[in-house]
Design a binder for this molecule. Structure first.
Ligand SMILES: [Fe+2]
Ligand SMILES: [Fe+2]
Length: 185
């Protein structure tokens, strides 16, 4: 299990790597997603899920643009065992469901698919493609599905070359506030 200092170290060591196919680094993408959530008034748990939603990329580096090599990196699941015990289930579930939220949004809103970046369209196919109506309904019955859909919409906007954000320390302080160790203290 990681602690908050380990999460900070991961971003310091690997955050400067480029986000595959996008004009931002991994750290910029994480900060921008959390920042957009914060601007929308999201609470500590959802802001923290936004900050950490792609932590799997940092823990399991698959190299440049794995989708171009036909690889689904399943990064939405990779970070979960490392974060279990550190954050409540609401944080973990929003992270775990953020890829399925894309499959849901493509089904619910055809315009959404058209606006996806090219790499995101490629990875969608590898991740199982657009949900059927039945799959979309089953998805939305899951706990944290709505959080995952909101996360996903900020995620899609968090690929801007020049978007200013608060620091990593600012968002780690919010993460600390919803950490389980904090709740028990
Ligand atoms: Fe992701
Ligand atoms: Fe992302």
């Amino acid at each position: 299990m990681l602690n908050i200092a380990d999460v900070e170290l991961l971003f310091c060591r690997h955050g400067a790597s480029q986000y595959s196919g996008e004009p931002v680094t991994q750290l910029q993408h994480a900060l921008q997603t959390a920042h957009l959530a914060e601007q929308s008034g999201a609470g500590d748990e959802l802001v923290t899920a936004c900050l950490l939603h792609d932590l799997g990329h940092l823990l399991n580096d698959q190299g440049e643009t794995p989708s171009l090599r036909g690889i689904d990196d399943t990064h939405q699941y990779f970070a979960i065992p490392f974060l279990r015990g550190l954050f409540p289930g609401t944080v973990l579930d929003a992270i775990k469901l953020h890829v399925d939220a894309k499959r849901y949004l493509c089904q619910a809103n055809p315009d959404y698919y058209a606006k996806l970046s090219e790499d995101s369209k490629l990875s969608l196919a590898l991740q199982g493609g657009v949900f059927s109506a039945e799959q979309a309904a089953a998805f939305m019955r899951q706990h944290s599905a709505r959080d995952a859909v909101m996360l996903r919409q900020w995620d899609d906007l968090a690929k801007q070359a020049d978007l200013e954000t608060p620091s990593l320390a600012h968002f780690l302080a919010r993460a600390e506030r919803c950490a389980l160790a904090h709740a028990a203290a």
